[in-house]
Design a protein around this ligand. Structure first.
Ligand SMILES: O=P(O)(O)OC[C@H]1O[C@H](OP(=O)(O)OP(=O)(O)O)[C@H](O)[C@@H]1O
Ligand SMILES: O=c1cc[nH]c(=O)[nH]1
Ligand SMILES: [Mg+2]
Length: 219
């Protein structure tokens, strides 16, 4: 897996990351969602540089312009709930992408320290020979990404896989790096040091789904 950690090079992206982490600014849920969306746009732009391009000639009113355009074979799959604003950001740039949605949540069983990933809802187009982008803002243990990819297998074999995430823990990055094959990429805005005993990224930002959409009752 090729890991593209965008925070290695300082840019305006750092401002958006700082705002979603900041315990005061992140309380503005509209700003939180918009910042995740803006980060999705930046990650999508960087990812776009790795796609396949073909020569095209565009007729302008005054002549012809030669350019290269990417192959329109992108399927954008996001993990509910926190994936929704990231999905919107990516879709802002991949206009004609097909879309898949999957619900994968961490179900805490007997104690807050242990959980299993529950996949319930899945809507997905044919993935054969497509460019699959799997998006989830938080890559903590990496189990949600791996469980999602497993659940997508009956829908076909994509020609390439791109994971897109905002903040990851090194442990989760190592886990997906091992689980996904060589023809895969991870596009990520920041990689943090560790997880706490409840599987939250430290320093991270807290609970992305709750910050974007409000607290949910535990099932
Ligand atoms: O890498 P992992 O250890 O699998 O954890 C990451 C997952 O946890 C969060 O989802 P959560 O269960 O909080 O659901 P939500 O989006 O509905 O809040 C997050 O959005 C990821 O999907
Ligand atoms: O730190 C974390 C880990 C999982 N999900 C979140 O929203 N935050
Ligand atoms: Mg959550």
């Amino acid at each position: 897996m090729q890991i593209h950690n965008l925070s290695k090079e300082p840019s305006v992206l750092n401002t958006f990351i700082s705002e979603i982490r900041d315990e005061t600014i992140q309380k503005d849920s509209m700003r939180f969602r918009r910042n995740i969306e803006r980060i999705g746009e930046i990650l999508g732009y960087e990812l776009s540089k790795s796609l396949n391009y073909k020569n095209h000639t565009i007729k302008t009113p005054l002549g012809e312009s030669k350019t290269k355009l990417y192959q329109q074979d992108v399927v954008l799959c996001s993990i509910l709930r926190a994936g929704v604003p990231l999905h919107n950001g990516l879709l802002n740039y991949f206009d004609a992408a097909e879309n898949a949605f999957i619900s994968a949540y961490r179900h805490h069983k007997d104690n807050p320290e242990s959980f299993e990933i529950i996949v319930e809802y899945l809507a997905c187009p044919n993935l054969n020979d497509k460019t699959l982008i799997l998006a989830d803002p938080m890559l903590a243990t990496g189990q949600s990404m791996v469980a999602t990819f497993e659940a997508l297998k009956p829908f076909g074999v994509s020609k390439s896989v791109h994971l897109v995430s905002v903040i990851g823990a090194q442990k989760g990055v190592d886990f997906v790096s091992e689980a996904f094959g060589p023809n895969t990429h991870l596009w990520i805005a920041a990689i943090d040091e560790k997880l706490n005993d409840k599987g939250y990224i430290i320093p991270g930002l807290g609970d992305a789904g709750d910050l974007a959409f409000g607290e949910k009752l535990q099932q």
